[in-house]
Write a new protein. Structure first.
Length: 308
């Protein structure tokens, strides 16, 4: 096919996410778990710039340490670009530069945001103009959180988290993120949850669902109601693997957070604040305790091209 190439870089920004609710079902034959989650995209972003090239390459910068990231063909952004090229018949490559701000292995979908932003950037760069449904189908092949990184906003995810339905959320929710200096392996956290459940002989939900109270709180734009319904089945497993997180949760809640939760598989902690002023006070308190704390708000848009 003929591709409308551009010589200028395409710049795409994609958000990190918080799982404000997460229920985990039993492990499936394919090794994945059925989940029911409420995602909210928040104002901590990954910036991807794409230039036309003969090969596929990626380089990283940004506000976090990216030295441990792989830059070969196993990198999720490279895989995203190659997947789109195969799907659309593009014969060239792309040079990607990614400024990372979402913590790595932090439970906020940073790698998924990179993949989603790469799909959008390459689609614009190569002029392939895929319909959103086709981009979402490609995103689902790359990872459970990638489709949500494309859509952003607030949404319910089922299946592996990749079957999305929009959730109505009004107003703006203010969060303070406590960013850990280490990561947690997502498969490792799920494995720990399976061990806990086996040890305790717990009943595991066959078809997990998101509680109605969560949807009502989001629809009402009410942080107090949402705080009462925050839940994450993975939290106990993450706290077992990283016990120090428990004290940080207690610290945040003692300094005015309405509630705190492990985001996704952790170790990032998300504290819900009543409003912007309360979030700022909490950020200051956590920073004074020598924690890396960031104030963000949600919901925000998914991956989108930024004008030059």
């Amino acid at each position: 096919m003929t591709i409308a190439w551009t010589e200028e870089a395409v710049h795409v920004r994609a958000p990190g996410k918080i799982n404000v609710f997460m229920r985990v079902g039993d492990v499936q034959p394919d090794g994945y778990h059925d989940v029911a989650t409420a995602y909210q995209a928040v104002s901590l972003y990954e910036d991807v710039r794409a230039w036309p090239d003969d090969e596929f390459s990626v380089a990283f910068g940004g506000s976090i340490d990216t030295s441990a990231l792989v830059t070969d063909g196993s990198n999720l952004a490279i895989r995203a670009a190659k997947l789109l090229a195969r799907a659309t018949g593009v014969s060239g490559g792309v040079r990607l530069e990614i400024d990372k701000h979402v913590p790595i292995a932090g439970g906020m979908g940073g790698g998924s945001a990179d993949a989603a932003a790469t799909l959008v950037a390459c689609d614009a760069l190569w002029g392939t103009a895929l319909p959103k449904e086709d981009l979402l189908a490609l995103a689902a092949q790359l990872g459970a959180d990638v489709p949500f990184s494309l859509t952003g906003g607030t949404a319910i995810g089922t299946g592996r988290g990749d079957r999305l339905s929009p959730a109505l959320a009004t107003g703006s929710f203010h969060w303070v993120l406590a960013i850990a200096e280490f990561g947690l392996s997502t498969p490792g956290v799920y494995g720990e949850l399976d061990r806990i459940r086996t040890e305790d002989g717990r009943n595991v939900p066959r078809s997990p669902v998101v509680d109605a109270e969560v949807l009502q709180a989001l629809r009402a734009g009410d942080p107090v109601l949402l705080a009462q319904s925050l839940h994450n089945d993975l939290q106990e497993a993450a706290l077992r693997l990283a016990p120090g997180l428990r004290g940080i949760l207690e610290l945040g809640e003692s300094h005015g957070a309405l509630a705190g939760i492990v985001s996704g598989s952790g170790p990032t902690l998300a504290f819900l604040a009543a409003d912007a002023d309360s979030a700022l006070e909490l950020q200051v308190a956590l920073s004074a305790a020598r924690l890396h704390a960031i104030h963000v708000h949600g919901a925000v848009h998914g991956a989108r091209v930024l004008a030059h």
